[in-house]
Design a protein around this ligand. Sequence first.
Ligand code: NAP
Length: 282
Amino acid sequence: MSMNFNSKADGGEEVLTAKGPMLRDGALKGKVAIVTGGGTGLGREMAKTFAHLGCNVCVASRKQEVIEDAARELRQFGVKALAVPTDVRSPEQVDALIERTTAELGPIDILVNNAAGNFTVKSLDMSVNAWKSVVEIVLNGTWFCSQRAARAMTQTGRGGVILNIVSTHAMTGNPYTVHSASAKAGVIAMTKTLAVEWASLGIRVNAIAPGPIEDTGAVRQLWPDPEKAAYVLSQIPAGRMANKAEVADMASYLVSDYASYITGSTFVIDGGRWLSKGAFSM
Ligand code: NAP
């Protein structure tokens, strides 16, 4: 059974998908962004959309060859791009990321905390290391990057924007990923807390909570089985998964000056999936 994630679940009907960034050309011109996990999946798509809009972008994750490749692609949009190998679990490496980005691209305006890890495991069988591996990337990594970036944004006096990529399972819970669901829920609490604490510094903090996104690591990893994929699709009222561009467009809006009064919010983009959980019938 082959699965077209971008079609209606009940068969082949084409859907409208985004065609290029929704903001006007140059909407992020001259700004500097860091996207963690920016070499793959949604992170790479957001980095490309930002670059398309004129933003200079640093992509950061552990695999140097992957982020170098992403930076090469970003430069094709005529912006400056940088790849800084970083493990977000290390505060020292995050400090080095902030310093290098500032030195080579200029003061940081935008941080997107996108890096994550996840895998399914029964909670009763979960090892200490399994728990720590996800919580340290998602919760600790988001915190280290946010705190360090906010210090840099404060020093320049320009303020800035932080965008956290969470997941609807932070709100609904999700069996077999208690580490990820718990860490992402923590990131939503962090988003609300820092939005209030840092508003007077001119720093906005928001989050996007996507449902399943087609052609991404999370979907490939969690639902390799076509029957499971069909089950997931059947749970989405919109009848399809999000495409990466739809999420990247929302991200580009939230980090832009058009969203200058929006802070502390988590935006769900999931085709109605999480709201449908309590439905008696569909
Ligand atoms: P992905 O392609 O699997 O990418 C995860 C990224 O995180 C990779 O680029 C990885 O790069 C980086 N990363 C992992 N551990 C890291 C660490 N310790 N330090 C620095 N970087 C690290 O992810 P995706 O599926 O596009 O998902 C992107 C975001 O959207 C995640 O936050 C995910 O939770 C969220 N999300 C995704 C979906 C979906 O359906 N895809 C749904 C809901 C939410 P390295 O291996 O090079 O470090």
